[in-house]
Design a binder for this molecule. Structure first.
Ligand SMILES: C[S@@+](CC[C@H](N)C(=O)[O-])C[C@H]1O[C@@H](n2cnc3c(N)ncnc32)[C@H](O)[C@@H]1O
Ligand code: SF4
Length: 381
């Protein structure tokens, strides 16, 4: 049995809250940074026994904006993990960055600390749009940051984009895609392109509702979808998950572990974990998280022990996110059951509807299924 586990670290601080974002991240709590990292390292140490039972294969430092805080804290977190795990087993360590918080010194320290993958949030290559969505950086900041990443020797860089965005026309979007693929030689090996989610209670939701901003119509959004799925593969970026594209061999190992229903431990405020068939979620209030850790209280606020049927359904949904889909032999190995004995009717109906297809021992979303994956998920919830 696979003994690997991933680690997720949540850093909930940002220079400025973007208008669309509903992640747990704060723009005015810098006074908590030092205490928070101390608490987070404590949480890691408290999990020494669990960690000693596994091989940590990936670490993902996300946020928030991990690059916003002093790099010494990132080193402190990684050094704490290294005390407890076999460092040689770690294959990938990713950190999320914001273009305006990158310096050569910071990146050098990241490299010395073992980080080998950078994920930078660009979202758009138009300064006026970056401003419209409340981003604190410019396209010039991004280009400068990309040059520093290359200078310091990072060769595995991922870029995040979002579409559609307010005031972004189809032509502008095409230009964004052209812009990004033309940066391939700067070690951009991976592109995540997310469909905009408008979350209640965000500034963006307010601006759209009140008519201050608007998004393109659905048919134009579909043209954007078609364009990105044309141009990315043409430049060698293979779609391996609904929103993720990479040069072959540069898929995110950490995220693939999620989609393969692998084990992971999450540390920090609002972080979640999955191991032993149970899902856990940490305290969501940062002050309470710090206080509880430091006074030795439990910070887990949700614990869901999943039953076999729940695990199997979740496995199907997670694996179908990958374009390779689900291997029926892997399913059998994992659950000692034949997927066709339990879900044959659902699978066949989805095949008839043109949303799923079988290829060798795999079941995967069709092109149409990739467009309307939610309809497929509903069948397995
Ligand atoms: C934690 S952020 C990445 C690092 C850094 N905080 C930044 O924004 O540059 C993760 C990514 O999620 C995506 N994202 C955040 N909110 C989103 C939303 N409402 N809809 C779609 N994508 C979103 C963005 O592409 C963002 O880069
Ligand atoms: S910088 Fe990233 S985490 Fe912070 S508010 Fe913006 S999208 Fe959210």
């Amino acid at each position: 049995m696979n003994n690997e586990i991933g680690i997720y670290i949540h850093i909930p601080f940002c220079l400025k809250k973007c208008y669309y974002c509903d992640f747990i991240s704060y723009q005015n709590k810098d006074e908590l940074i030092d205490k928070y990292i101390y608490a987070l390292c404590n949480e890691i140490l408290k999990n020494a026994e669990i960690l000693s039972q596994y091989d940590v294969s990936t670490i993902y430092i996300g946020g928030g904006t991990p690059s916003y805080i002093d790099a010494k804290y990132i080193k402190q977190i990684l050094d704490t993990i290294y005390l407890l795990v076999n460092k040689d087993k770690i294959k990938e360590i990713t950190i999320e960055l914001n273009p305006n918080s990158i310096t050569e010194e910071k990146l050098k320290l990241y490299k010395e600390s073992g980080i080998n993958r950078l994920s930078v949030g660009l979202q758009s290559n138009y300064n006026e749009i970056l401003k419209t969505i409340g981003r604190a950086h410019s396209i010039e900041d991004f280009e400068k940051a990309l040059n520093i990443m290359n200078k310091v020797g990072f060769d595995n860089i991922s870029v995040d984009l979002i579409y559609p965005l307010p005031n972004l026309s189809l032509d502008m979007f095409k230009n964004t895609m052209d812009y990004v693929v033309n940066l391939k030689s700067k070690n951009i090996k991976h592109i995540s392109i997310y469909n905009l989610e408008v979350h209640e209670n965000t500034k963006l939701a307010f601006l759209l509702k009140e008519g201050y901003l608007s998004l393109v119509e659905e048919d134009e959004e579909y043209e954007m979808y078609k364009y990105l799925n044309e141009i990315l593969p043409k430049h060698g970026y293979n779609r391996y998950e609904i929103s993720n594209y990479s040069i072959l061999g540069f898929e995110s190992k950490h995220n693939l572990n999620y989609w393969n229903q692998g084990k992971y431990l999450g540390f920090g405020v609002n972080a979640s974990s999955f191991f032993g068939g149970t899902r856990y979620k940490n305290e969501t209030n940062i002050e309470k998280y710090i206080d509880d850790i430091l006074s030795n209280k439990d910070i887990i606020i949700e614990k869901e022990e999943m039953d076999l049927l729940g695990l199997m359904k979740e496995y199907i949904i997670l694996s179908l996110r990958k374009t390779a889909g689900l291997d029926v032999n892997d399913f059998k190995l994992r659950y000692k059951k034949d997927i066709n004995d339990i879900f044959l009717d659902d699978i066949n109906e989805l095949i008839t509807e043109g949303l799923l297809e079988r290829k060798n021992s795999n079941i995967k979303l069709t092109d149409r299924g990739l467009e309307v994956a939610n309809i497929v998920w509903e069948r397995f919830i």
